[in-house]
Ligand binder design. Structure first.
Ligand code: PEP
Ligand code: CO
Length: 406
């Protein structure tokens, strides 16, 4: 099952992405010894097992066949300082509840967290202007705790590669809490799977190891590629093409069917069920126009991919005081459009991808008891994208369940 020879005929290695153009990698200050950091990461224990990875691939294959549903949810950007036993327990409880709400026990739920490694963020702008009193400074964008600190001052925002090791240790602590809380629920392999955006390849590479003859990313069950870095000939697709984990790909309304077919061919040359999880993030107004040709291109090329709906990332807009937000109503319109298109094409809807907080934040607008635009400032704590609060998330999941079975 290992793809060890890349398209160009060159032998795939965990580091062969380095020969390809690779977007969104930080420029570290020169004073650090990156080789030592990579060596330390390379000597750190695996966080997940080959058996767990296989179990997840089976679940994705079942979801692609319409025999299971996936809930894939969590933070936009995990924070190092948020790792705690009660925090992980709350997250697991929430994920399980959302899974149960989505399936209503009609089919099994595959529960995947954006957790234990969701530390790297792609940013559209490299920097932004900070206005303080009469002064204006340009500061680098926050790129996730694995790169820099969110505090808006130049020193905090300077990339620091020692954070790669801190990210591993926080992921490991989170993983061990996930496993502790899974006891009594038949273990993590049937509990919560982990996933994160495999953005920072200097982190992913040393955690990529030969296990039973297959190269696996041992840092997470499900690495995914974001739409900004899903370039068929880029470093991210090259890296993912060689590992045996199931892979998720964000697909936007701007992705052409030919490009998506190219990505799928590179990542899934063997047309293996359970290999690909495509996450559509089109926007409520664009899903009906974009999805049919994309789904057709994937099916026509023989991939048995699972399709899930991320109604969050195509519906972001800037509200008062420059706060990014999303309307729950727009989310529901996108889910409805997604379900309508796939159902008409006789393709199963495989699940839902959400950004959710475990606390009663006010970051998205609407839904039961949700804030209006003016109410956003009450409890707006995200460091990246606006998240649903638990009530809003349960509502979106319940409405999705209704759409799937009405
Ligand atoms: C995300 O899921 O947080 C993200 C950055 O996704 P996308 O690539 O869809 O924008
Ligand atoms: Co996000």
């Amino acid at each position: 099952m290992t793809a060890t020879v890349s398209e160009e005929g060159a032998r795939w290695r965990p580091g062969s992405w380095r020969a390809a153009p690779t977007a969104m990698q930080p420029r570290w200050p020169g004073k650090y010894d990156l080789a030592t950091i990579a060596r330390d990461l390379g000597e750190a224990p695996d966080l997940v097992t080959a058996t767990e990875i296989e179990t997840l691939a089976d679940g994705i294959a079942r979801a692609a066949a319409g025999e299971a549903l996936i809930i894939h949810a969590g933070e936009c950007a995990e924070r190092f300082d948020a790792v705690s036993a009660p925090g992980v327990a709350a997250r697991m409880g929430q994920l399980r509840e959302l899974g149960a709400g989505l399936t209503g026990s009609r089919v099994p739920a595959v529960v995947i967290g954006r957790i234990a490694g969701q530390y790297a963020k792609p940013r559209s702008a490299a920097s932004r202007l900070l206005v303080r009193g009469s002064g204006v400074t340009e500061i680098a964008s926050y790129r996730g705790d694995i790169v820099n600190d969110v505090s808006p001052d130049p020193l905090s925002r300077t990339p620091d590669p020692r954070r790669l090791l801190r990210a591993y240790h926080h992921a490991a602590a989170t993983m061990s809490l996930l496993r502790a809380h899974a006891v009594g629920h038949s273990g993590v392999s049937t509990g919560v799977f982990t996933s994160h955006e495999a953005l920072l390849l200097q982190y992913e590479e040393p955690l990529t190891r030969l296990r039973d003859g297959t190269w696996l990313n041992t840092g997470t069950h499900l690495p995914w590629v974001g739409w900004r870095t899903a370039e068929p000939s880029g470093g991210h697709i090259e890296y993912l093409s060689g590992i045996g984990n199931p892979l998720a790909v964000k697909v936007s309304a701007g992705t052409s069917p030919a490009t998506l077919a190219d990505i799928c061919r590179r990542l899934d040359p063997d047309r293996r069920p359970g290999r690909l999880l495509l996450i559509g993030r089109f926007g409520a107004d664009r899903v009906a126009e974009a999805l049919p040709a994309l789904a057709d291109a994937v099916r026509g090329a023989g991939h048995r991919a699972a399709w899930m709906c991320d109604p969050m990332h195509g519906n972001t807009f800037t509200g008062p005081h420059g706060r990014k937000t999303r309307h729950v109503e727009a989310l529901l319109r996108e889910v409805a459009g997604f379900v309508r298109v796939l159902t008409s094409m006789d393709i199963p809807v495989s699940g839902l991808h959400l950004e959710v907080a475990t606390e009663a934040v006010t970051e998205c607008v609407g839904g039961p008891g949700g804030p209006d635009l003016e109410g956003l400032s009450r409890r707006y704590t995200t460091t990246c994208d606006p998240r649903l609060n638990p009530r809003q998330a349960s509502f979106v999941v319940a409405e999705t369940h209704r759409l799937l079975w009405s």
